[in-house]
Design a protein around this ligand. Structure first.
Ligand code: BGC
Length: 411
């Protein structure tokens, strides 16, 4: 196969999210849901990967592998455990993480919100409440004041379309959730009620969509006010939505609600973060499941690495913005399939670059096996394995392979 060289300065990295790796994130709404019997979560995030304490060793490992970028998120509920009460200790922690990134030659891509929110916010109406955008903006302003000078790139929010996306493929937990006993119990745990309690993943309504986009705008303003001058954008969960058997109109409708609304809303940002795992086929009668014969991942997704190139092209055409692949990866117990998946996905990225598209970087999801939300620790997306008893890290062959690609900037 032909050798491909990437542009100088291309960002090569891995991504994590606070709640999935830090451990002990007890002040947020997801922790509450994990501990509500009858809900969709199979286990507690618990200590996760104890990255809150082990971040320095983890960053050393990633830098030694050859990466030049690290994407991680700030845990809002640590920084603002009560409405308007900010923790300097938590802010200092993230300042140390950022400093360690720089010491290791890793450009930090900082996500201000990755699915989890403080309990008090969820209780007060969460992602459907009128004052959430302003509260999120206040958090971003405070965090930026403390950390902005060390941030390389800022993602205001991770996958602003995740609620509607999960709902669109009929996830059982999303069906009539406000009427579910476990949802009412979770709401009560934070002193709220099921009509108001709205964690980010459950913001599926039009009002939720508007609240999230308004919050993004408040965040952009807050982060741009400085200090620091990092590029600011958001990230979108993008499947390659394909039409089959007369499904063009249905596919266009799906693209409209799950992607276009957001891609139109981010014009004027500095970049768009594309996060892609698979494709989705759409027929006239509705969504189709995986095609017979196509390999499935641990998530039940089709093994379809070509989705990345397709979604980069779509996001780039719709927005005209530079693209950063802020997530792409595969949950698999077979590391040779991970390597094959990444290689094919990267060939898609390279083809986009060859066609003149402005793609700035690729961050693999995820640095290490971690807490995969409702599915707990079962799916393994990591380049690095984590022993659940000892927290020992073991580098997988795919990590060495991708690290070499990163170091040489060549595939
Ligand atoms: C999310 C991650 C998640 C990954 C794999 C993305 O939707 O941003 O938090 O772990 O996909 O499912």
């Amino acid at each position: 196969m032909t050798e491909i060289t990437f542009p100088a300065g291309f960002l090569w990295g891995t991504a994590t999210a606070a709640h999935q790796v830090e451990g002990g994130n007890v002040y947020n709404d997801n922790w509450v849901m994990e501990h509500t019997p009858g809900g969709p979560n199979v286990e507690s995030s618990g200590d996760a990967c104890d990255h809150y304490h082990r971040y320095r060793d983890d960053l050393t490992l990633l830098a030694d592998l050859g990466f030049n970028t690290y994407r991680f998120s700030l845990e809002w509920s640590r920084i603002e455990p009560e409405d308007g009460e900010f923790s300097l200790a938590a802010l200092d922690h993230y300042r140390r993480v950022l400093a360690a990134c720089h010491e290791h030659g890793l450009t930090p891509i900082v996500t201000f919100h990755h699915f989890t929110s403080p309990r008090w916010l969820a209780a007060a109406g969460g992602w459907e409440a009128a004052d959430t955008p302003e509260r999120f903006g206040r958090f971003c302003a405070r965090a930026t004041a403390h950390l902005g000078d060390l941030m390389g790139y800022a993602c205001t929010m991770n996958e602003v379309n995740i609620g509607p996306l999960i709902a669109s493929f009929g996830a059982p937990a999303m069906r009539g959730f406000r009427a579910a006993a476990w949802y009412a119990a979770a709401a009560r745990s934070v002193g709220s009620d099921p009509a108001r309690f709205t964690p980010f993943l459950y913001a599926t309504s039009e009002r939720g969509c508007e609240t999230i986009l308004a919050a993004h705008r408040c965040a952009v303003q807050a982060i741009k006010a400085g200090p620091g001058q990092c590029a600011v954008g958001l990230t979108l969960a993008m499947e390659d939505i394909q039409a089959v058997a007369g499904g063009e109109e249905a596919a266009a409708r799906l693209r409209r609600t799950l992607q276009d609304v957001y891609l139109e809303a981010v014009r004027g940002d500095d970049f768009i973060g594309v996060q892609t795992y698979t494709r989705r086929r759409c027929a006239a009668a509705g969504l189709l499941g995986p095609e017979a014969g196509v390999e499935l991942t641990q998530m039940g997704y089709e093994f379809w690495p070509e989705a990345l190139g397709a979604t980069i092209r779509y996001a780039s055409a719709m927005t005209g913005l530079p693209v950063i692949v802020t997530e792409n990866g595969i949950g698999t117990g077979d590391d040779t399939r991970r390597l094959a998946y990444i290689e094919r996905a990267l060939r898609g990225v390279a083809a986009c670059l060859r066609d003149g598209l402005d793609v700035r970087g690729y961050t693999y999801w995820s640095a290490m096996d971690n807490f995969e939300w409702a599915l707990g620790f079962r799916p393994t997306f990591g380049l690095i394995a984590v022993d659940r008893q000892t927290q020992a890290r073991t580098v997988k062959p795919s990590a060495r392979w991708l690290g070499k690609v990163a170091r040489e900037n060549r595939l």
